[in-house]
Design a protein around this ligand. Sequence first.
Ligand code: A2R
Length: 324
Amino acid sequence: MQAKAEKALIIGAAGFVGSYLTHHLHDDLGRSVVVTKLPRERLGELPAKVVDLDIMDKESIIELLFEERPDEIYHLAAISSVSLAWSNPQLTIDVNVKGSVNLLEALRELFYKPRVIMVGSGEEYGHIRPGAVPIPEDTRLDPGNIYAATKACQNMLSRIYAEAYDLELIMVRAFNHIGPGQLPIFVVSDFCKQAVDIEQGRREPVMYVGNLSAKRDFTDVRDVVRAYAALAAHGVPGETYNVGSGHAVEIRELLDTVIRRSGADIRVETDPAKIRPVDVPIIEADISKLKAATGWEPRIPLEQTIDEVLDYWRRKGEEDGKAV
Ligand code: A2R
């Protein structure tokens, strides 16, 4: 039985997941929380101590760990968008691979062994044959894009560090997570924002979409952060766990749901700019390992998340309207 974790450190908390994870750890689990952000980033009100950190600077990671001595670390800092990685592969490799190694080296140099969640991606599996889903963790990795390749690399390096230096690293492969506040470069947020822009009369009633036949596994971000904390408590070091809903949904179905729940009269058109250079037809997680280790189950249905993301953009649209 492990000692109860008291202090959690979230590295890269200014992104989409960070605030949800901070609230879960603090509000639901009673942890004291330290979060990091890049100096140029701004964070909303959070129940946490906030520290500036660039993971490209290993010495400052060492200083932070030495000073804070967290019981748990959640490594979220990344270039997290597939499309951004296509347009800036060097930066993506620097942040996602070298940045992660900086954290691993800092732990090794300090002989310091907190529980660490290394966040990877379901994209790491890549080219999956339609019959080979749902995807268990021991599937051979065949990344289909640059982002996925960097996360596969992070996973392999973490497994090696866990084994070689006996570090308590637990790797997750997170499948698509969604929720209010996500940037509209991700599909659900993009569709919902476009629907609300049409509802509120900011654009013509046409929605521009990419490849609609791809199938992806979507989980509400609040369910995802519960899984991370459960794995920090119960995951086995050196092991990798899928975090997803266990159910793939066609992007076309997602689009139909957004349009139906928006209620606006919307026409759909393909935008060639939204078609990715390489796309993987189906990604769906096998989540039996996660369930067996933690008892975790997703709680929030897709329709509820879509309603909340639509509401998020409606509120934002009204606020921005007032600001003009
Ligand atoms: O790229 P930015 O300016 O949005 O900043 C991101 C930050 N980040 C860094 N933090 C420290 N040192 C760096 N050199 C560095 N470069 C980027 O990590 C952003 O604030 C944060 C990651 O947040 P998001 O991009 O919103 O990712 P999200 O959705 O919170 O996902 C968290 C993790 C990532 O590892 C994803 O690859 C994975 O879950 O799916």
